[in-house]
Design a protein around this ligand. Structure first.
Ligand SMILES: C[S@@+](CC[C@H](N)C(=O)[O-])C[C@H]1O[C@@H](n2cnc3c(N)ncnc32)[C@H](O)[C@@H]1O
Length: 223
């Protein structure tokens, strides 16, 4: 039967980008976001954790840490507001911030900048859903059941900033990892509008655009 996105997908076939190759990562063979986040918290002896976008608390409830805050305007966490409103009022500094709220480039970029203001110097930002498998998963607004949004575009832009050090770990739909330290592998590209990046470019160049790493590499990068 037709689902609620059917008409929008038909329109996209005619008017949207036409590139239908896909990646074949089977995320069930990779570590989960929870495992990676907990490992980082434990290794770095972090105490203050913030999650933006909690939904059913599938991740938030599992994280073991001294202090945790979860921000979501609709469900889950322990603070019912948008990330923008939260950061307007917030005075707390965090060791680890997991950004998993509204998966749209402009909002993710705002969440990254606001998080950097409240991230301790030794801290880390983690972003969910950075590696969409096919074009449908990343079209904004959503036109497909499983939706990663265009978080990946914000990640590519972060890779061009010299004061932060950004990676994408092959795990759980792609975990962006941002350290507050000088960029160790600055991405030099001539892109004036990251929102306009095409899925085809991401598909062909994702290794260097996103600075892809395996979980094993992450341990070495933590210190
Ligand atoms: C993908 S879910 C989060 C999943 C959760 N982090 C996990 O790992 O299971 C996205 C959540 O972001 C929330 N959200 C949407 N817009 C937001 C915003 N502006 N600020 C904070 N959260 C937002 C939604 O209400 C939704 O619950």
């Amino acid at each position: 039967m037709f689902n609620k996105y059917f008409i929008k997908r038909i329109l996209y076939y005619f008017y949207g980008e036409k590139f239908f190759k896909r990646f074949h990562y089977d995320w069930s063979n990779y570590p989960s976001r929870f495992e990676i986040i907990q490992k980082i918290i434990d290794k770095k002896k972090y105490e203050n954790y913030l999650e933006i976008g909690c939904d059913k608390d599938s991740n938030f409830s599992k994280i073991k840490v001294k202090n945790k805050m979860g921000v979501d305007p609709l469900s889950g966490g322990n603070i019912k507001m948008t990330s923008d409103d939260f950061f307007k009022e917030n005075k707390i500094y965090f060791d680890c911030i997991f950004i998993d709220g509204l998966h749209v480039y402009e909002q993710v970029k705002k969440d990254i900048f606001n998080s950097l203001k409240f991230l301790k110097d030794n801290g880390v930002i983690i972003l969910h859903d950075c590696l969409p498998l096919k074009i449908w998963n990343q079209v904004v607004p959503q036109i497909y059941g499983h939706w990663n949004g265009d978080v990946w575009k914000a990640l590519v832009e972060a890779r061009t900033m010299k004061d932060i050090d950004t990676y994408t770990c092959k795990a759980d739909h792609g975990l962006g990892i941002i350290f507050k330290r000088p960029n160790r592998n600055l991405l030099k590209v001539n892109i004036s509008n990251f929102k306009k990046l095409k899925f085809k470019k991401y598909y062909i160049d994702h290794n260097f655009l996103m600075n892809i790493i395996e979980e094993e590499d992450l341990e070495k990068l933590l210190f």
